[in-house]
Design a protein around this ligand. Structure first.
Ligand code: PLP
Length: 393
């Protein structure tokens, strides 16, 4: 049967959920599937070729975030990196879990949030620092929560739903000299703003390739020299004995390439995307009554817009726009399929009714002026229609 090609034009505005891989990334990966397929641990020349590719990628990732290559551990993505960081750090401590105190925030991604819930069940004592109404964690509160048993603080670099950037540098400086490990989930920051681990002052940092035009299912953990971790999985001695399992060479090569390209193109691309996002927000504020932008006065990653559309259900907007060819998200699409009120919106003090009316638009490198204009037009139409049929009208 002949396959019909879809004639529907699509506009993808959901880059915080995932990005496509750049063409150069796919080209760099390709040889490692069929020609250069050997195991990097093999001693023969084909194995060595793969080992060199892995180590080249390690250097590319390291230099992208101003780290040393020996500080990079390849993983299967952001979720695994954070698990390894948090659980791996606790495993090195010579004290039982019920004598460990950890501080995190109320706005973390489930990758971190649920790791802590699980550790709490195992006896760890946990405090969650709140964020203010601008979506920024309260640093003074964080400092007040520190006690002598505090071993780890984990605060994300930028939030996946709002794009709001957290004050990591300031947090690192407040923790300085206290022997507390600082982890940050930087999955939504890498490739969107400059991330320099020396400037941020973090000890552990999680990243994921599929959020910045690399392949899915691969990522890395930055581990500062001198910080001890113990592997979470048991197995062979791969990745400095911290992450056993044969390396996913094509994906690692793709991650390295994504870092390399982002490094050379970051400021130009990011400036353009930031201007596009700001223009889109201006149009929406003008075109759609009562619309508001979450965190408009906070530092945000330049591609993300979290929009409140009072009186309309966010999921209804997503589905109606999808029928018109536009891909956006309501709340966090990383855990898509999950409905209910977003924990992040709740943490920011948004009333449940308003929290349900939030949509997330996240731009990427292929988006154009025409994309945002047609999106604004479509959104205005959908909102008007949904408001007209709303029972609460
Ligand atoms: N952390 C944040 C902030 C995210 O947005 C995501 C998105 O999926 C993750 C972690 C999980 O990353 P991964 O899909 O690579 O496991």
């Amino acid at each position: 049967m002949k396959r019909q090609k879809s004639s529907k034009k699509s506009v993808y505005l959901d880059h915080n959920a995932t990005t496509y891989a750049r063409g150069e990334v796919v080209s760099a990966m390709e040889p490692y599937f069929m020609e250069k397929f050997a195991n990097p641990s093999s001693l023969h020349f084909l194995g060595r070729e793969n080992r060199e590719a892995v180590e080249r990628a390690r250097k590319e990732v390291a230099s992208f975030i101003n780290a040393d290559e020996r500080e990079i551990i390849f993983t299967s993505g952001g979720t695994e990196s954070s698990n390894l960081a948090i659980r791996g750090a606790l495993r090195t401590l010579e004290r039982p879990l019920n004598e460990c105190h950890i501080i995190t925030s109320t706005i973390e991604h489930p990758a971190v949030q649920n790791t802590f819930i699980s550790l709490e069940q195992d006896g760890v004592s946990l405090d969650r620092v709140e964020c203010d109404r601008f979506g920024v964690v309260k640093i003074d509160m964080l400092e007040d929560l520190i006690r002598s048993e505090t071993v780890l603080v984990s605060i994300m670099t930028a939030n996946n739903e709002t794009g709001i950037i957290q004050p990591l540098e300031e947090i690192a400086s407040r923790l300085s000299g206290r022997g507390i490990i600082l982890h940050s989930d930087a999955v939504q920051c890498i490739g969107k703003v400059d991330v320099d681990v020396e400037i941020l002052g973090v000890d552990l940092l999680s990243m994921s390739a599929h959020k910045f035009y690399g392949p899915k299912g691969t990522g890395a953990l930055y581990k500062r020299k001198g910080i001890s971790l113990k592997a979470v999985y048991t197995g062979a001695a791969h990745e400095f004995s911290l992450r056993p399992g044969t390396e996913n060479v094509p994906a690692i090569v793709g991650l390295g390439k994504a870092c390399n390209i982002s490094r050379s193109m970051l400021s130009g691309e990011i400036d353009r995307i930031g201007r596009l996002r700001d223009r889109m927000e201006k149009i929406l504020l003008r075109k759609i009554p009562e619309v508001d932008i979450i965190g408009k006065n906070s530092a945000r990653v330049p591609n993300t817009s979290s929009i409140i559309v009072p009186g309309v259900d966010g999921e209804a907007i997503v589905l109606n726009l999808s029928a018109l060819g536009f891909c956006i998200s309501s709340g966090s699409a990383c855990s898509s399929g999950e409905s209910g009120t977003s924990a992040v919106m709740k943490a920011m003090g948004l009333e449940p009714e308003l929290a349900k009316s939030v949509i997330r638009v996240s731009l990427g490198i292929r988006n154009t002026e025409s994309d945002i204009e047609s999106f604004a037009e479509a959104l205005a139409g959908v909102v008007k229609r949904l408001r007209e049929i709303s029972p609460s009208k």
